[in-house]
Design a protein around this ligand. Structure first.
Ligand SMILES: N[C@@H](Cc1c[nH]c[nH+]1)C(=O)O
Length: 395
């Protein structure tokens, strides 16, 4: 046998035994909370036509997509993100519906990123999308839902950082920078090099209010009092003003949901996804450098599929949440452990009858036949390793 046959490619991994049970328990927990908020489950295919994730959509860059062809010569893509698929689905099946549509899902996404720092190329996301509601109430529902999902998973120490894409967009527009300078500034920001931004801004003659607003980019965990101050300075810049006002309104509603202690505001927040048009947010905790929550408002994405509907949503990155829970020693309660019935040929009928009764009463029963290669002692020893609830011998 070739040893390589046992290997998986870089960036993907097997999940088995208890880890797999924990992951499924976590996913089920997330989905049941999403159901309590009225979200309808939906499943879309793991691969789609290339155009669903094309450049205009603003999803993952083409170089990071897994692309392949079908027999007809169509270019297909393993989904890098599930939101465009839900947008396609909502447009296809609910084109004329005017009331809000709520969908929830769990599925795997595939991004062909560089393998540095052992990043996973296949991730499980559980998420929610709320389509057809332009209001700040919908933004607040998303964020409070994300907080409650994390709390329900057992996390206590986490933060959701919230920003608005129009704060930076508005600043860049008001400053009148050319495209290259805009890109340069965005690069500085994504590398958290705010001094370079200030240097650059200092050397052009800008309204002092705008310079102050640029200065706010470097502050993490902005308080609502800062947002008020910023609004004063943004009076002549509508895009920036409205973004700040939206954040203020959001904060009020998050207080009603009693989740305000888990959120903070970050005006320099950027996302790799270009389809976002409003509030964006991501969640962090100890034990993983990557976001455990990612989301935001995408009011124009559905128009690519012919439906004119605003929308917002988010995902919990299940693998990252699993990693964080494990590093924080937070147990994921497992649904039910197995009972083993160890039997020999003569007692097969009896073993099957007992197993049937136990299964009816809700137990998980695994039948273990004793052969010439196994012994009662062997099963006794294994039972501990496999975290078995009970062993019944029919011998
Ligand atoms: N699809 C986004 C998360 C999201 C869901 N809905 C809105 N945003 C991502 O993969 O990062």
């Amino acid at each position: 046998m070739k040893r390589e046959l046992l290997h998986t490619p870089e960036g993907v991994r097997d999940i088995y035994s208890e880890e797999c049970e924990r992951k499924l328990a976590l996913e089920n927990g997330i989905m049941s909370v999403l159901r309590t908020y009225g979200y309808h489950p939906i499943q879309t295919p793991a691969f789609e036509f290339f155009d669903i994730f094309g450049k205009e959509i603003g999803s993952t860059p083409s170089k990071d997509l897994y692309k392949f062809f079908d027999r007809e010569g169509n270019t297909l893509v393993l989904r890098p993100d599930i939101t465009p698929s839900i947008a396609r689905c909502a447009s296809k099946y609910f084109m004329d519906e005017k009331i809000p549509l709520r969908f929830c899902y769990t599925g795997n996404t595939f991004i062909n990123n560089s393998s540095y720092q052992g990043r996973l190329k296949e991730c499980t996301q559980s998420g929610a999308e709320l389509i057809g509601d332009p209001s700040v109430d919908a933004d607040a529902e998303m964020i409070s839902l994300a907080v409650n999902l994390l709390k329900n998973a057992g996390l206590t120490d986490f933060q959701i950082s919230i920003g608005h894409v129009d704060f930076l967009e508005g600043l860049l527009k008001a400053a009148g920078f050319d495209e290259t300078t805009e890109e340069e500034i965005k690069d500085f920001i994504s590398n958290k090099n705010f001094y370079a931004v200030e240097e650059l801004v200092k050397h052009v003659s800008l309204d002092p209010d705008l310079i102050d607003l640029f200065g706010m980019l470097k502050t993490f965990m902005i308080q609502t009092s800062h947002i008020k101050e910023a609004k004063e300075k943004a009076k002549n810049y509508e895009k920036i003003y409205l973004a700040l006002e939206r954040l203020e309104q959001l904060d009020e509603i998050l207080k009603l949901y009693q989740v305000d202690q888990y959120v903070s505001y970050e005006l320099a927040m950027l996302s790799g996804l270009e389809y976002y048009t409003g509030i964006i947010f991501s969640g962090y905790t100890f034990g993983t450098g990557e976001a455990i929550v990612k989301g935001g408002r995408y009011d124009t994405l559905l128009t690519y599929f012919g439906k004119n509907a605003p929308a917002t949503g988010f995902v919990i990155v299940v693998d990252q949440l699993m990693a964080a829970l494990s590093r924080q020693n937070i147990e994921i309660p497992l649904a039910n452990r197995n009972i083993w019935i160890v039997y020999n040929c003569q007692n097969q009928a009896n073993a099957i009858t007992i197993a049937g009764k136990l299964r009816k009463s809700g137990e998980n029963v695994e039948l273990m036949k004793l052969t010439k290669d196994t012994s009662r002692e062997m099963f006794e020893a294994y039972a501990e390793n496999f975290n078995i609830k009970d062993v019944i011998y029919c011998l």
